[in-house]
Design a protein around this ligand. Structure first.
Ligand SMILES: [Zn+2]
Ligand SMILES: [Zn+2]
Length: 287
C-alpha cells in the first residue's frame, strides 16, 4: 500500500489505434501528493479517470475536475483524440484553473482549432444564468530538456524516434520518491537509454515478434522504424535495469485489427532474455 504522498502510476489507457473496448487510447497519470499529472490523452481518457476516481484514486477529483496539467508525447491521433474531452469535461465538472498542456510543435494550433470547433458550445455555456467562467487552456510547445517543474514533479522531455517525419518525445518524471520514464511511441533510441538512469518504473511500448513475422514487408518496415520489438525492449531493459518494466501500447503487427490481444506472447518473448520484473499494463492498473 502507498501512503497518500507516495507517487502512483495510474494506467488510464494502454491501447493503440485499435478501438479495443478493454483498452482506452494511450493515457497515463502520475499522482503525487494527491495531484494528478497526465501523459497523453487518447480516446476514453476522462471516462477512465472517472473510473479510477470511483476505485479510490481521489486525486482526479469528481468529474476529473482536478486534471490541470498534461504532457503530450506526439501529435498522433490515438494519443490526442481525448483532447477535447480533457479540455471540456473537467471544465464542465468544475475545473477553474486553466488547463496547462506541454507538447510538440502543432499543439497550440490543435488547441486553438479545438476551441474554435466547439465555439458554439463555449459561447452558450459562458453566458446567462448558468454561466461558467471562460474555458482556458495554456498550450506550451516544448524542446528537449526540463519542460516542467513544481514542488511535486520535474519532467524532462527527450526526443525519441517515431518515424522520420514526426516530432516525438519520451518523458523522464522525477518525484520526491520515484523516477518514472515513459517511452511514448518509439523505435529503439540512444536518447531513451540516456534518460533512464536510476529508473524505478519504465513504461514502454512494444510489439511481439510472433505476429511481426507474419506481416507484409511494408508493414514490417513501418514497425521497425516506428516501434520497438519485444527483443529490442528486452535489450533496453537489460541495459537500463528498471525496478519495474510496464508494457503498454503493444501493437499486433500482422495480427489484423480485430485479432486477439497478444500480451502473453509478448511477455514470454521479453522474458526469454530479460529476467527483471516485467508486467503487462492494463487500464486502471496502479503501480
Ligand atoms: Zn500510438
Ligand atoms: Zn504514434
Amino acid at each position: 500500500m502507498h501512503h497518500n504522498g507516495a507517487t502512483r502510476v495510474v494506467m488510464l489507457g494502454t491501447g493503440t489505434p485499435k478501438p479495443d473496448p478493454d483498452r482506452s487510447g494511450p493515457a497515463t497519470a502520475i499522482v503525487v501528493n494527491e495531484t494528478p499529472y497526465l501523459i497523453d490523452f487518447g480516446p476514453g481518457v476522462i471516462r477512465r479517470a472517472a473510473a479510477a476516481y470511483a476505485k479510490g484514486v481521489t486525486a482526479f477529483g469528481a468529474g476529473a475536475a482536478n486534471l490541470e496539467t498534461a504532457f503530450l508525447t506526439h501529435l498522433h491521433s490515438d494519443h490526442t483524440m481525448g483532447y477535447p474531452d480533457l479540455i471540456f469535461t473537467p471544465w464542465l465538472m468544475g475545473r477553474r484553473e486553466p488547463l496547462a498542456v506541454y507538447g510538440p510543435k502543432g499543439l497550440k494550433a490543435m488547441t486553438d482549432n479545438i476551441l474554435k470547433a466547439w465555439e458554439i458550445d463555449l459561447a452558450v455555456r459562458t453566458v446567462g444564468g448558468h454561466a461558467r467562467p471562460p474555458c482556458r487552456v495554456d498550450a506550451h510547445e516544448i524542446a528537449p530538456g526540463v519542460i516542467y517543474r513544481d514542488a511535486n514533479i520535474t519532467v524532462t522531455a527527450f526526443p525519441v524516434h517515431h518515424g522520420d517525419d514526426l516530432e516525438a518525445y519520451g518523458f523522464r518524471i522525477e518525484t520526491p520518491d520515484r523516477t518514472i520514464v515513459i517511452s511514448g511511441d518509439t523505435s529503439p533510441t540512444q536518447s531513451l537509454l540516456d534518460h533512464c538512469g536510476g529508473c524505478d518504473v519504465l513504461i514502454h511500448e512494444a510489439y511481439p515478434l510472433s505476429t511481426f513475422r507474419t506481416a507484409s514487408p511494408a508493414w514490417q518496415e513501418f514497425r521497425r522504424t516506428h516501434h520497438t520489438s519485444s527483443k529490442e525492449l528486452a535489450d533496453i531493459a537489460n541495459a537500463v535495469q528498471p525496478g519495474l518494466l510496464v508494457i503498454y501500447h503493444h501493437s499486433n503487427a500482422g495480427g489484423g485489427p480485430l485479432s486477439a490481444d497478444t500480451e502473453d506472447v509478448l511477455l514470454a518473448e521479453i522474458r526469454e532474455s530479460y529476467k527483471g520484473r516485467v508486467v503487462g499494463g492494463h487500464d486502471l492498473d496502479i503501480f
